[in-house]
Structure formats: structure tokens, C-alpha cells
Design a protein around this ligand. Sequence first.
Ligand code: NOJ
Length: 763
Amino acid sequence: MPVELRRREVLVAGTLLAVAARFPALASVPTPLPAADQRRIDRLIAAMTLDEKIGQMVQVAGGRQVALNSRLDSAALDRVRAGRIGSFLHVAGAEPLRELQRVAVEESRHGIPLLFAMDVVHGYRTIFPVPLALAASFDPAVAEDAARVAAVEASVSGLHWTFAPMIDIARDARWGRVVEGAGEDPHLGATMAVAQVRGFEGRGTDLGEDAVLACVKHLGAYGAGMGGRDYDTADLSERTLREVYLQPFHAAARARAGTMMTAFNDLAGVPTTGNADLVRGILRDQWHYQGLVVSDWNAIRELIDHGAASTPAEAAALALRASVDMDMTSDTYAEYLAPAVAADPTLLPLVDEAVQRILTTKTKLGLFDDPYRFGDPERERTVLGSADHRARARRAAEQSIVLLRNEGGVLPLRPAQRVALIGALADDARSTIGSWKARGVPEDSVTLRAALGDVTYAPGVAPRGEDVSGIPAAIAAAEGADVVVLALGEDWDHSGEARSRADITLPGAQMTLLDALKATGKPIVAVLMNGRPLALESALADVPAVVETWFGGNEAGAAIAAVLRGEVNPGGRLPMGMPRTSGQVPQFYAHVPTGRPANPDLSVDSARYHDTDIGPLFPFGHGLSYTSFEYADLAITRIDGGARHRIGCSITNTGPVAGDEVVQLYVRVAVPGLARPARELRGFTRLTIAPGATRLVTFILRNHHFAHWADDQWRVPAGRVEVMIGASSADIRLTGALSVDREFNWPAYDGAGAALFTPVEIL
Ligand code: NOJ
């Protein structure tokens, strides 16, 4: 049974205890290894030479993302035999990895097993929607299930470790990597981070069945790169860093994510890979995180390009002092850490510490007991792309679609209507699987064209093409139809790593195509396919229906067609607001009020642009349904003597069909002396309601949810907290207030604010 359904049953059964049992209190203090395992690690470390220890800290590319295993040559095998490699990435396959592991275990002096890693991000062979789309489901069970399926497929193919989830907060849609994360909000981001870690690793204290290690990335403020440029500098206040960018990392650390990756970029001038204050200070010392930390690709050597180190030996020492345990591909540890240690013996205990963490990770994976326990060629043949996995990908794709606009009831399409399907993206199988495709293949994907079947189709223009010769045929198709379904957006290679764009409007000649179709007067349903929120105010003017479908994975087309036909009622929400114009970004709902708030009257001096309307085109949390919902009966009660608060309301489906509503709880905490965000998400839940039915939703907040960072600690002032419940960050339906009796504060170790889980009861 899908996780989603199981969760619903528990919630419907509805006691707080039942809910809490499914979300046990998080704790980051690692469970110690059994004594025998610890003794084995101690013995190994005592017996290893410095070069062998450093070997464990070296990760080598066994291939490339597009050509897995292609670098597993005899030189690589000789390095394994000499104990000079601890891990490979970009490798896969039960049989080749078994042989590679055999060389390590049988032909190296200590027989230490290797760790095999790959970017399995939103599926391994069965490809799910891209992570931004999974976040749009506003249902952590959907994200958890996607990670679960990916883990099952990856582990059966011999992999131990995935470089996912990416949990960087992203508030600038120009950044190409927004596609890989959960969007702009730290509470949604932390919730999705924990869900994916659990999906990859399992829910218990030990790694679960068919689990792979997660690697939350990219620690620091990678998503805050200046100007939305990838790899670029981030310069943030400590407050924003703690309250926003680090929140998903803190939540993931407390959910015992096995590993973390440091960001490429610098934070206020300190490159993250060598940032001892951040990695050793905050992550290790304050949060007590003991998992393995890996650098990003070549990032240790790039400390020289940043200017932070002048030699590779200095770069190696900087990264080690920051407590980066493993060097991804730069060979800086391999070649220069030994000379660095010779020059400065105080580095040696840090090497031992790193090796300790790496061997502990291998122990927790069970590799010392059975180095071949991952990878099963028999099961690999049946499990990858199984019907069950496809069905779960289909459901995830359906859940991630967001209905942005539906004027005049253009959607759902009616069976008698003649449909013209236009746009090359409607027939672009490659784009459905996004930029991190692991072992996914376009041939496995259902496109929108294939799913809609017998409709007139005209590609019009290629997503980035300037060739407009296909437009007349598209106009002819539109003229012969009752309604135009137009796929618009970006192809898969326009978002992702190093794919920032300065102008996030429609690329190529798509605007020309759109204008030509508008001129036919036929109603247009814009089906957006993209890896980032696009700036489409002028493009979408006079377009009555707009559906955001992202890159939906192998089942994208089938899911979109089901939504267009009304077989599935869409319930996704935007995890990142869509700007009106490119010049508006960065933009996010949790904005700090100014002394001169944006004013529609241009003669008033206020915080706005003169050439663009105020606010986003579609705000964070926005999404429509084929039905409608009414909110009522806000009730706020104190529990535990005012330490916690129950915030409940009723939601009624007032329309004709069953539908999903995403109920969103925002707070505003007034803090003397500070300007605080006008709204901060602190809870949400997606629930299905039958037509005419009413459900009661109750969130439970602790006073810790209202924290802000000040003077090196979390603080909650006494006083009033405004409470807002609504259907989006800009569609608040109910407002009230609660109060915190006494001011209190606590140190960084404990979670606070957005990172805290919010229990929800549904009756
Ligand atoms: C660089 C990317 O930044 C990171 O996210 C990825 O995991 C590594 N390359 C490995 O492919």
C-alpha cells in the first residue's frame, strides 16, 4: 500500500499519539556502534599507514554521469589494491560493482570495502518528478515514497550512497539548481528534507531494508549565490543563515542523515569546503553531527581558485581542519595531505577522526559483515522499472501538478471537444526525466502527446529554437480545434547545475508562437514544463487556463492528461512563487516589512518597482482545484500550560467533486527591536475531502516554533503571535492570535523555528 494511504488512515483515525508514533522525536546523537565493531575500527586505524588512511578519504570518479563505470580501468584497480581509494562515484550495476568490491576486499592489504555512490536524485531507473515538483505535492509522503523507490532500485544495483536530497533553500529562480530542491521556504524544505532522508535510509535508527545512505547537500548557503549565478558567493546575515538556509540541514542532521556534502561557494568570503566555523563549528560542535562529510566535485582543489589557499597542501589542510572527511575527485588529499601532515603533525588526529567516520559509515552499511550485501543481479532484472514503481511514479506525478489558473472553467477538457496539442515539449520524452536522470531513459517516458492519443499535434517551435517555420501549421491546428493545449517552458537542459539564466521568460521563439495562437481567439490551456518558476506575466495574459507540470518523470504525460481530462483533480501548490518579470527576483513571500510597504499608488514612495505590479504573479503555496473549499471555525487553545497550542479549523469541500486541499498555517511573531517576516510557514497538510464533506484540521505548535536567532542563541520573546490559516501565502482565510507567556532562549543544539516538525490531526 502506498505510504500516502497508510498515513491518511492513521491521520483519520486521528489521535495525537497515533500521529506522534509515526513521527518519533528526532535526535541527532548517534547510536554508538556495538563494541565489537568499534574494536575492529580501532584495530584497523592502528594498523593502517598514513597513506592507507588517506586512501579511505579519497573518492574517485569511476565514470562520468553520462558514461557510468567508464573509468574503471587497470590503473584504478591498482589504486584499489594499494588501499588508496575509499569510494567511487558515477558507478553502477550489481555485477560490475561486485567485481570492484571483490578487488578491494580480497586484493588490498586490509580488505576494507569500498563505498559506491551516485547522484540518484529523483529515481534510478524509474524516474519520478524532479525534486521541485515533488515539493509541489506539499505531501512529504510523496517525497518519501519517491526516495524509497529510488533506494530500492539503486541498492539492488550495488549502490550504497546517493548524493541526494539537495536541500538548499532557493529564492532566486534564475539559479538553475532550483529544480533540485524544495523551493523557497525553510519549513517546507526541512519537512521534505527529512522525508527524503527517511525514504532513502529507512525510518529506524539503523539503515532500513534496501536502503542507501542519503547525502544532504550542499551544506551552507549554496542556494543564496549572488545574482542566481551557480557557484557564486553568498553573503548573508547570521540570522538569515540560521533561520532560513541552515534549517533543512539542521532538521536532516537530527533525522540522522548519513552524510552531508559541502557547498562549492563561499559564505561571506569563506569558501564552504574550508569553512571550519560552519562545518566543524556549527555542524559538528553545535549540532553534534557525526556523519561523513564529503566535499563537492573538485572543491578542495578549487580552494586555490577561490584564493583561500595558495598550494594544494594548504587546500588539503584547510578542508581537513573544516572536517571535510572525503575528497570528491580532486585528489588533493591523495597527493598532498601526507606532505601537509608531515609539515604539521597536528593534522594527524584529524585524519584519524575522518577515517573513523568513514569506517563507521561502512560499518553501519553492514559492509564489513557482508561487502556484497548491496547489489543483486537477479533482483536487478525484475525490480528496476517494475510495474509497482511505475505506478508510484505516476501517483507522484499526479500529486505534483499545480493548477495555476482556470478561468471560465476551461478545464477539465470535455470529451466532445476537439483538441489541438501544440508545442515541442509535449513530445519531448528526454525533458520529462530532467537533468539528474541516473539510469533513466527517455524511451521509458510517456509524453503528453502519447498520453493524449488521437489529437491534432503540431510542434510549432522547438523550446529554444528561433525557427518559426512550424508556426503556420500550429495556427491551422488551432483553427480546426475547440481548445488549444499548449506546452510551453524550458527543455531539461535549461535548468540544473551551471544552468542559471538572467532572463527567465520563455526561451527561443515560444512567445511568437503563443502570440500567434492567441490571435486565433481559441481558448488556450498553457501546460508549463520547466525546472524553475518562470516569469510569465505577459506571456500568460489572456490565457484562461495554466497548469504547472514541471518535469514529471516517466509518467509525466499520463499524469498531465489525467489532470486535463478531470480524471485527477489537481492539488499541488507552488513551492516557490512565480515572479511577474525576471527583474523581480529574488522574491519570496516571507518578506521582512519595510518602513514604506509597497503601495499600489505610484505617487507614494514605497518598496516596489515602478514598471511591475506588486508581488508575484502566483505566490508561494498557490494552487487551484476543480472544486472549492471553505475555511471556518478557527479555534486556538493552549495546552501544557501555554507551552504548546492547538490551532484548528474546519475545511468544507463546497464544490461538486472530491479534491485535495493544502491547508497552510503561517505565523507572524512580533519581536521588540526587530523587523520580522510578515508571514512564516509553520505547518501544512494536504488532505482529500469528498464533495460536501467537512474535515477538521488541527496543528500543534510549540513555543519553540516562534524562535528567532539573536546573540548566538534561539530566542522566543513573550507576547503576541499572529496566526494565519489559508490556501496560499497570499490567500489567508482565517486569522487569530496566541500568546507566549514568558520569554525564553536556548542554545544552537536544539532545533527551532522552521526546522521543527508540526504534528497535524485530521478528523
Ligand atoms: C557536483 C554537484 O554540485 C553535486 O550536487 C553532485 O552530487 C556532484 N557533482 C557529483 O555528481
